[in-house]
Write a protein of this length. Structure first.
Lengths: 301, 406
């Protein structure tokens, strides 16, 4: 971790495979104790960016510092990585797998065993300690994979689609552990296509498309750049034939009115007041991250 | 060697020596060798005792009139009958096992007729051997016993190899000298391919089940490859040592057993040393190839199919074994000595057949070591480029590009 609390600092990193530039002049930083969302459509360059942070793939150009250092083999011990493509030795035992992978991260075997047993208990896998990995259900193997990711108390945790295949209870349990890691000052990078998870968990977000940065900043900053073109109204009385409204749809107890480009929310409010409609709720619609994502991928930032 | 490499090495070694297939393969050879020798001793002991051999009776009708003596041959007693009918009756009554008729024109035709109640492919060797000796004894009647014995067994060739000084050479060659190096060659290639095969299987399995990404998030491709190659190499070395120890222990017994037919089996420590050297070099070379194949294969099956090409190349000397055995110093045989794929088998085979010049062994070993270094470079590049490419196998063009550009 550098003096300014930056876990990752990337400056204009690029990577080309063959004729294809997968990551293009990408700059971002991940801070200590924050959950950082790394999002983008399939093939955007997320996995390559992660692999560069893990020193599995070297950037062709640019500067990349992880935990205040240029990349080397030792830095890997301070990182926990849950890849999207899960992988454990299927024939090996649950505890054996966890201990072996922890020792590869620099822990001694005895220490690793103690910590593995604690974590397996925490995630309710203590009854499966003696089993082989292939005997676990898909969800259980994923939880075990998560245990392996955090067993060595990494200072940077990279999670690629961590909640895929998990039931709601295990999803909540994993989120709880992620919050605890954040509290301890661990930097967490969360790469996922589930935008609701990003909205719920992440402090800041980097969105890449075709290898380039298209969105970057805190969620509120990003949302403020995409002002809503809708209002949500709860009222008694008819809402028909309001000028400037191009679409209406039910939104909870109220109705969401989509406005045309020229109409402002206050124009709608004025019309409602003039019609003496009894308005109990009037809210400016904020686009969801999902909507921003779709808009950015389709039309650009 | 760093800690992570040792961890990988240890895991690979333990995983391999615990595999059922490895244990079976390692112990199968000693067990077969000792069981084979035991059975041989047992059979040899029971058939050589004269009291245990039952004498069989064979009738004969001599129409030529020249065969009336030497009716008692070892293990066979010949009973003379005046007519074919008498002989046939004796056969039907079970007095004789079969009978032969020596016709009047035997001396000009050399043909005799044999009659038996049994259905058989051909006359038993024991019967024909006894008949042959009976005929020869009678034909040479009047000659000394020594002359008759010599006519039956005219020569035993004893070859003596001289060295350049005209003295009797230490290594006398022959089957006894050939068998061990040839056996070494077979065991060597078996061990090389089982160890490097485990490497291929391990890497392609790790790639297929995606463990590779987890491993590479903890260790570098270099640490992974070094640990795996050394761990599996240590397991292969253990296997080879078990086999060599078996050979060392079994040689005196086997030598005593077969020496009278084929000459003594010669076991030497230089052969032992060269066996180890070629195992290590051969293994390292093939291990790198298998690592490269494992890296570009998307499934275990695909890896095994690709590796067959290299296995076939390595066993070329076995295809040409008759040629190599006949011509151990021929230019083609010598070329095979210097080709990394074929060097281990060719050198070990030649050692039992001829005096391989020291420089040829040195050059062959150096070429093999050089080939290992070259494949190490290529394998590392291929590993880094393709180990994390899932789902499809890179084409040859891509692989060549990586080897050139990385």
């Amino acid at each position: 971790m550098d003096m300014n609390g930056r876990a990752v600092e990337a400056r204009e990193i690029s990577k080309t495979f063959g004729d294809r530039r997968v990551v293009d002049q990408l700059s971002f930083e991940v801070r200590r104790g924050e959950i950082f969302g790394l999002i983008g459509p399939n093939g955007a360059g997320k996995t390559t960016t992660i692999r560069m942070m893990m020193d599995i793939v070297k950037p062709d150009s640019g500067e990349l510092h992880v935990l205040g250092r240029t990349l080397d083999d030792e830095i890997k011990d301070a990182i926990g990585y849950l890849p999207e493509e899960r992988g454990l030795y299927r024939k090996a035992g649950v505890l054996e797998s966890a201990v072996f992978l922890a020792t590869l991260k620099g822990m001694d075997a005895k220490q690793a065993k103690g910590r593995a047993l604690d974590l397996l208990k925490r995630v309710n896998l203590q009854a499966h300690v003696a089993k082989k990995v292939e005997e676990l259900s898909r969800g259980m193997s994923q939880i075990l994979q998560f245990v392996v990711t955090v067993i060595h108390r990494p200072r940077l945790v990279i999670l690629d689609e961590p909640f895929a295949n998990l039931d709601p209870i295990n999803t909540e349990l994993m989120k709880q552990i992620i919050y605890e890691l954040k509290e301890e000052g661990t930097a967490i990078i969360l790469s996922t296509h589930r935008m609701d998870d990003v909205e719920e968990l992440c402090d800041r977000v980097l969105m890449i498309n075709r290898g380039q940065r298209v969105l970057y900043g805190s969620l509120s900053e990003i949302k403020s750049r995409f002002p809503g073109n809708s209002v949500i109204v709860e009222c008694q009385g008819p809402l028909s034939s309001l000028s400037g409204v191009v679409d209406t749809r039910q939104h909870g107890k109220g109705i969401e009115l989509t406005l045309d480009g020229k109409t402002q929310p206050c124009d709608i409010l004025t019309q409602l007041v003039e019609r003496h409609v009894n308005v109990t709720r009037f809210e400016i619609g904020v686009p969801s991250l999902q909507e921003i994502f779709v808009q950015v991928v389709k039309n650009g930032p | 060697m760093d800690r992570k490499t040792i961890l990988i090495l240890k895991r690979e070694f333990l995983q391999t020596v615990r595999r059922k297939s490895f244990i079976l393969m390692t112990l199968a050879f000693p067990m077969l060798a000792f069981v084979g020798l035991g059975v041989y001793q047992l059979v040899n002991g029971t058939t050589s005792g004269p009291s245990e051999v039952e004498t069989i009776s064979i009738g004969y009708v001599d129409q030529s009139g020249d065969f009336d003596r030497y009716a008692e041959q070892p293990g066979v007693s010949l009973a003379r009958y005046g007519t074919e009918d008498e002989a046939k009756q004796a056969l039907l009554q079970g007095k004789v096992q079969d009978y032969v008729v020596i016709p009047a024109d035997y001396l000009s035709t050399g043909t005799i007729s044999r009659y038996s109640l049994k259905q058989e492919m051909e006359a038993p060797a024991r019967v024909t051997f006894a008949l042959r000796n009976f005929l020869l004894d009678n034909l040479l009647d009047g000659q000394t016993e020594e002359m008759r014995q010599r006519a039956k067994n005219p020569m035993t060739v004893v070859s003596v190899r001289l060295n350049q000084a005209g003295e009797v050479a230490v290594n006398q060659g022959g089957f006894g000298a050939f068998i061990l190096p040839y056996l070494f060659a077979i065991l060597l290639i078996m061990s090389i391919f089982s160890s490097s095969g485990f490497l291929l299987q391990g890497l392609s399995e790790e790639k297929q089940n995606r463990v590779i990404e987890i491993l590479l998030s903890s260790v570098s491709p270099r640490q992974l490859l070094t640990g795996k190659v050394l761990g599996l190499g240590a397991a292969g070395l253990l296997q080879i040592l078990v086999w060599l120890a078996t050979i060392a222990a079994a040689t005196p017994i086997a030598s005593a057993a077969i020496a009278r037919f084929l000459g003594p089996i010669e076991f030497s420590f230089s052969l032992f040393g060269l066996g180890l050297l070629y195992f290590i070099l051969g293994y390292l070379f093939f291990a790198m190839i298998m690592a490269g194949v494992g890296a570009i294969s998307s499934t275990t099956q695909e890896g095994q199919q690709l590796s067959t090409i290299f296995t076939l190349l390595a066993i070329v000397p076995f295809w040409f074994a008759p040629f190599i055995i006949e011509n151990p110093s021929h230019a083609i045989t010598r070329i095979l000595t210097f080709v990394p794929f074929t060097a281990p088998i060719t050198v070990m085979t030649r050692l039992g057949l001829t005096q391989v010049p020291a420089w040829e062994i040195v050059v062959s070993a150096l070429v093999l070591f050089g080939a290992f270094l070259a494949t190490l470079l290529v394998a590392s590049r291929v590993l880094r480029a393709f180990l994390l490419m899932y789902g499809k196998r890179p084409d040859l063009k891509q692989v060549i590009k990586v080897i050139r550009c990385a």
